[in-house]
Design a protein around this ligand. Structure first.
Ligand code: SF4
Length: 237
């Protein structure tokens, strides 16, 4: 039935073009679809390139050499964040650790390995998502970032989110979730339920460093990740 309707529709289309003096139809339906896809892909790569250059500009013009808070004194590298500038999913932790400070990359220590395995279990790669932190320089001895440090650094993260415009954010751990949601509710109560950050659905979950110490809670984080996948219209492989 549906096929019959399509044929009738196409017949009308061809008749319409003939009435306009157009006799040749150089494209078959497949190639029209392909061209549409190509145009869509071209548009999305242009968008991705624009976002990449906006992120680069943000780093070079506003963050490089930043002395906006006391964390600048002892850092080795500013850890800007990394990943796909057009990511549909963004992970936000709290602060770089020792290894991250050394390499200038987010989540590359043991907790980072656990995060990478979560991302892969979701059927994604680190290159598909964007990973960042609330503060971009390492607090000494891996202490929590303090309020003045968070206030000084948060505008940079907000700008990153504004450029990337992910469809979903996963907030990793207490500091990230409480900062982004402006609440002091415990992470164990926040996790597992979608909230919203500037109109973007945000799923609070445990920090991978916490999961290294509390392996039994990995199952809860996986449940949170499954909800995120569902919202993205994806399934775990
Ligand atoms: S933590 Fe943020 S605000 Fe503080 S010095 Fe580093 S980049 Fe600047």
């Amino acid at each position: 039935m549906g096929e019959q309707v399509n044929r009738v529709d196409l017949k009308h289309v061809f008749e319409f073009y003939r009435a306009m003096g157009i006799e040749e139809f150089p494209y078959d339906a497949g190639s029209v679809v392909t061209e549409k896809n190509q145009a869509k892909q071209k548009k999305s790569s242009a968008g991705k390139a624009q976002k990449a250059s906006a992120l680069e500009k943000l780093f070079h013009e506003e963050l490089e050499g930043c002395t906006g808070c006391k964390l600048s004194a002892k850092r080795t590298n500013i850890v800007f964040g990394e990943g796909n500038p057009s990511a549909r999913l963004m992970f936000i932790g709290e602060a770089p650790g020792r290894e991250e400070d050394k390499q200038g990359r987010p989540f590359v220590g043991d907790a980072g390995k656990l995060l990478t395995s979560l991302i892969e279990k979701m059927g994604l790669t680190r290159e598909d998502v964007f990973i960042a932190n609330i503060v971009k320089c390492r607090p000494e001895m891996n202490r929590d970032p303090e309020e003045d440090e968070i206030s000084a650094c948060l505008p940079f993260l907000k700008k990153q989110i504004g450029i990337i415009r992910p469809e979903v954010i996963m907030a990793l751990g207490r500091v990230s979730a409480q900062t982004l949601l402006e609440t002091d509710v415990q992470i164990s109560k926040l996790r597992g339920r979608f909230a919203s950050f500037e109109g973007i659905p945000l799923m609070p979950t445990f920090h991978p460093a916490y999961l290294l110490r509390n392996r039994k809670d990995k199952a809860l984080t996986w449940q949170d990740a499954l909800q995120v996948l569902e919202l993205l219209g994806m399934k775990a492989p």
